[in-house]
Unconditional design. Structure first.
Ligand code: SF4
Length: 76
């Protein structure tokens, strides 16, 4: 299981996560911040749980390059 969390309010809209992991991230045309697709929001944290391990590497890269450091990727 891979758990990805985005602390969306702090997003600066740089688009890096979308470039690296387009299957999970898109930019919102409404507010210019990243959207973590199919995520559940709780207290500002948007979370998805995925069983496909193939997406791990791309999302780890997105987490590393995110200048706001608001993407967390955990493997359980
Ligand atoms: S890399 Fe981080 S700051 Fe940049 S758009 Fe994605 S979530 Fe926002």
């Amino acid at each position: 299981m891979i758990i990805i969390t985005l602390q969306r309010a702090k997003c600066i809209g740089c688009n890096y996560c979308v470039e690296l992991a387009p299957a999970q991230f898109q930019m919102s045309k409404k507010d210019g911040k990243a959207v973590l697709l199919h995520a559940v929001e709780k207290k500002g944290f948007h979370t998805i749980k995925l069983t496909d391990e193939n997406i791990l590497e791309a999302n780890l890269k997105a987490s590393e390059v995110c200048p706001a450091k608001i993407i967390s990727v955990k493997q359980t």
